[in-house]
Ligand binder design. Sequence first.
Ligand code: FE
Ligand code: FE
Ligand code: FE
Length: 163
Amino acid sequence: MKLASLEDLYMDNLQDVYDAEHQITEALPKMIKSASSSSLQNGFEKHLQQTKEQIKRLEAVFENHSAKSKRKACKAMKGLIAEGDEVMKERATPDVLDAALIGAAQKIEHYEIAAYGTLRTYADLLGFQNDVRYLDATLQEEGATDKELTRLAGMINIRAENA
Ligand code: FE
Ligand code: FE
Ligand code: FE
């Protein structure tokens, strides 16, 4: 894809985050299985459902531009997920693994917050108000998920500390 305008860059970034969200839907089931805390499992489960909706929102955004929903490999998400996989393979004790899963998940959320914040800014500048609504809805969910993970960490990190 040739990047000759901010709109080209915007479409390119949309394809990147569209791929990132797919990677997350593939990674979360494994994180749910690895988690011991039922509140953490529920948190991941809830976010898996939200992520599926986020993918649909991105498809609506592509549709607004009569563009095909296309995935462009997000190398950053691949790396973040690989780090999460790595820790799941360690022989961590359950509470310590839960703490590690929260850390891995928050790194993922922060990547998404940056990606959607950038996309929303571009959409706003380019006058794509219909896109802004979708992107902002997802950005709010990613932010709320990050806050919820911080709340869970407040309990789970203490358990890990006492493990
Ligand atoms: Fe997401
Ligand atoms: Fe990326
Ligand atoms: Fe997310």
